[in-house]
Design a protein around this ligand. Structure first.
Ligand code: HEM
Length: 278
């Protein structure tokens, strides 16, 4: 049944020659106007671009303030990714990186405020709400509320165990809403998590990030997302693998021509040291 549905969905909406979002949107309705198409594309672009960019910005800001978290992150990226490009299975193994993104989204939710308009007169708990009134839900305050969180303002990815479920609105009893909740929940939440986890792991694997000397203090400007008022000036340094110092525990192999080579494991990498007589 599911297989049949999958096949039908694939036939109707997907086109291998034109796998664009535009094609997908065109195929998803019988009578899609140009305006509707333009609006949908804009939603995808803005909802999916600005948000992820802001998450990465604040994640790297937080990492520069918490070098111990950065070290653990780099150790995980080294161990899981090695020198290759990440596969989907690797991404599932980047559990600490995922917790870093979860925690970054708690401290800097994008957008920081959600808005709802009341369709009719109603009561919200003890508060009367009139028809047509707008209700602002401050995710920022919810995510930093000391009633819900220990050390609410501290960046602590360890607050969620690695072997536990990925935090979301239901398992956190609606005290954690990085992607909203209910019928208007973000449609790109899985994609966004994968995207930010992969980007973070790939970047920290190759580079160290520190606040640039003399950089202006990082302040916030709030719009649809939370921006840094004057950018985020960082010094980015290529990471260098620690040198391998041969020791007696290394396996020494010599060939008939007198060349020797030794192998050892160090800092998450398998290394080989060779010497040749000339
Ligand atoms: C880390 C990145 C992202 C964050 C933090 C985020 C957050 C959110 C939030 C909180 C909402 C709910 C808004 C509300 O309830 O009023 C939302 C809705 C939405 N998001 Fe995302 N989003 C992200 C990435 C993406 C991506 C990558 C896409 C598309 C590829 C996307 C597409 C959408 C769309 C279309 C909606 C509107 C859903 C609706 O109203 O039915 N988002 N997003």
């Amino acid at each position: 049944m599911v297989d049949e549905e999958d096949l039908q969905f694939h036939e109707e909406y997907m086109n291998e020659k034109d796998p664009s979002i535009l094609h997908f949107l065109l195929a998803s309705g019988d009578d899609v106007s140009s305006k509707q198409l333009r609006d949908d594309l804009m939603t995808m672009l803005i909802a999916g671009h600005e948000t992820s960019a802001a998450v990465l910005t604040w994640t790297f800001y937080l990492l520069s303030k918490y070098p111990n978290v950065m070290s653990k992150l780099q150790a995980e990226a080294d161990a899981v990714l090695g020198d290759g490009l990440p596969t989907i299975d690797d991404v599932k193994k980047l559990k600490y990186t995922t917790r870093v993104i979860n925690e970054s989204l708690r401290l800097y939710p994008q957008p920081p405020v959600l808005i709802r308009r009341s369709l009719e007169d109603d009561m919200l708990g003890e508060y009367p709400i009139g028809k047509g009134e707008d209700i602002f839900i401050s995710i920022w305050n919810l995510h930093r509320c000391p009633k819900h969180w220990d050390d609410a303002d501290v960046f602590n990815p360890e607050r969620w165990p690695l072997d536990g479920p990925n935090p979301n609105e239901t398992n956190q009893k609606f005290s954690y809403l990085p992607f909203g909740g209910g019928p208007r929940k973000c449609v790109g939440d899985m994609f966004a998590t994968f995207e930010t986890v992969v980007a973070t792991a790939m970047l920290v694997k190759r580079f160290d990030f520190q606040m640039a000397p003399g950089a202006p203090p990082v302040e916030m400007t709030t719009g649809a997302t939370i921006h840094t008022t004057k950018g985020l000036n960082m010094t980015v340094t290529r990471r260098i693998k620690p040198p391998v110092i041969p020791n007696l525990e290394m396996k020494i192999v010599s060939d008939s021509e007198g060349s020797t080579s030794s192998t050892a494991s160090g800092e998450g990498q398998q290394v080989e040291v060779s010497t040749s007589q000339v």
